[in-house]
Design a protein around this ligand. Structure first.
Ligand code: GAP
Length: 439
């Protein structure tokens, strides 16, 4: 399948089946902002829960935080974002479309929209932060920024969390939340948007141990991505060269995925040194040092950051899972998502609407729901079509209730990937599914 086709198919499937809709679609859409529908919100939630569990619940050395989006404006001056969080912007003087000057599409000097050559303005630096006003007066003293990364909320709370949770360095703080960037050239569906979600973790370490922790976190994060079921050959690291490094980073590696539109970053791992904490300490006048309880040594910790874009990771999951295959002369579309990530876990189908089958199927559906296993009850259409509908949204198992269920209480469970069917006692289905979801 051609790569452009795959993106078109993903966007169409996402809309048709309720994964992702364009924001404010009835008004023609808001520029590069997307809404997650019933299945998309489940996929994203499963991804975030998995991240939170691995970062916070399964470790003693990381605490969670949910800091506010709006912060004191000094935060963004001190962090370097007001001055340095910019992209070079050029404008085509013929069609007035604006582009990022560093994009390969404009490298030859030809406008990708109208085709005019040599009509770009000189680049000027454009700040990506959205601004608004806090309080009723709209003047510059009331300007606040809508955060472009969640990390700063962690830095300003570093000592609050450390003291309250009685953590000792090395330890980390994890947070999932919205971030906003007024991107000049957003695009590629949910890849580059103006509102998105980040799952970020800042790990505070003793200076001098930062290189070692950086290596450790690179390894942990790559293994985590592989454990999502993403094909390993589609994952790689990319080290930032000196011209790519963010203003705060001493060293940075991107975790990249081979999207249909090329190898691109979906997580950044950064050695931010003591840049942020030292700057906040200097400009707030508040000490942000850690005091080692054993040696009484004082220092500003270094920070190793892992920063995953949740929307980009969701796109990775969709792109990696999508496949088309021939089954009995028909093409079936399958989202081969890892069961734990699939929005719906079980499709429940009574074969026909008589002989007690709907009642038994409804009971099974209710049992699954009360066990918090998302299931979808479907009585409409041929059984083959019901299977196809679940295959294309990634439902790992479909249970059919047939004449034998009425006689002996067993049901057929069909596996999305192998298409194999097994007979299981209806009252054992919940345990059967639970066992497989845990593995
Ligand atoms: N706190 C560090 C930081 O924000 P970043 O590399 O600028 O680092 C981290 O962003 C991740 O956030 C990226 O790897 C990407 O997945 C996601 N991200 C950044 N800008 C985005 C955008 N405009 N749309 C969607 N995701 C974005």
């Amino acid at each position: 399948m051609a790569n452009a086709d795959l993106m078109d198919k993903l966007v169409s499937l996402a809309k048709r089946r309720g994964f992702v809709f364009q924001s404010s679609e009835i008004y023609g859409g808001a520029g590069s902002v997307w809404d997650y529908g019933p299945l998309g919100v489940e996929l994203k939630r499963n991804l975030k829960d998995r991240w939170w569990s691995s970062m916070v619940h399964q470790r003693d050395d990381i605490e969670g935080l949910d800091a506010a989006i709006l912060m004191h404006p000094r935060v963004w001056e001190v962090s370097g974002h007001v001055e340095g969080f910019t992209d070079p912007l050029i404008e085509c003087t013929s069609c007035h479309r604006r582009f990022r000057a560093d994009l390969p599409e404009v490298a030859g000097g030809q406008c990708p929209t109208c085709g005019t050559k040599g009509a770009f303005t000189a680049p000027r630096m454009f700040n990506l932060m959205f601004k608004t006003f806090m309080g009723p007066v709209e003047d510059s003293s009331a300007t606040v920024y809508i955060r472009p990364e969640t990390a700063q909320g962690i830095y300003v709370n570093f000592l609050n969390v450390q003291g309250a949770a009685r953590q000792q360095v090395p330890f980390g703080i994890a947070q999932i939340g919205k971030a906003f960037r007024n991107e000049i050239t957003p695009g590629n569906f949910i890849f580059r948007t103006r509102e998105f979600e980040q799952a970020e973790m800042q790990f505070f370490v003793k200076p001098g141990t930062d290189e070692e922790w950086f290596e450790k976190w690179m390894h942990v994060r790559m293994e985590w991505h592989k454990d999502l079921g993403i094909r390993p050959e589609k994952l790689r690291f990319h080290e930032h060269g000196p011209d790519e490094l963010a203003h705060y980073a001493k060293k940075a590696y991107d975790v990249e995925y081979e999207f249909p539109f090329g190898w691109k970053e979906f997580e950044g791992i950064h050695n931010r040194t003591d840049f942020d904490l030292s700057r906040h300490q200097e400009y707030s006048g508040k000490r942000l040092e850690y005091i080692d309880p054993v040696t009484n040594e004082r220092y500003v910790p270094y920070v190793i950051e892992t920063s995953m874009g949740v929307d980009r990771a969701a796109l990775v999951l969709l792109a990696d899972a999508y496949r088309e295959e021939e089954v009995e002369g028909e093409t079936r579309v399958v989202l081969g998502l890892k069961p734990a990530l699939a929005p719906t876990k079980v499709g429940v189908f009574p074969l026909i609407k008589k002989e007690g089958m709907p009642e038994l199927a409804e009971k099974l559906h209710a049992d699954l729901r009360s066990a918090a296993i998302p299931s979808f009850y479907d009585v409409s259409g041929q059984i083959g079509r019901r299977y196809r509908r679940q295959d294309e949204v990634g439902t790992p198992w479909c249970v059919t209730i047939d004449g034998d269920t009425v006689k002996d209480g067993t049901v057929t469970i069909r596996d999305r990937d192998t298409l194999q069917q097994v007979r299981v006692a209806s009252d054992k289905v919940v345990a059967w599914v639970r066992e497989r979801l845990a593995s």
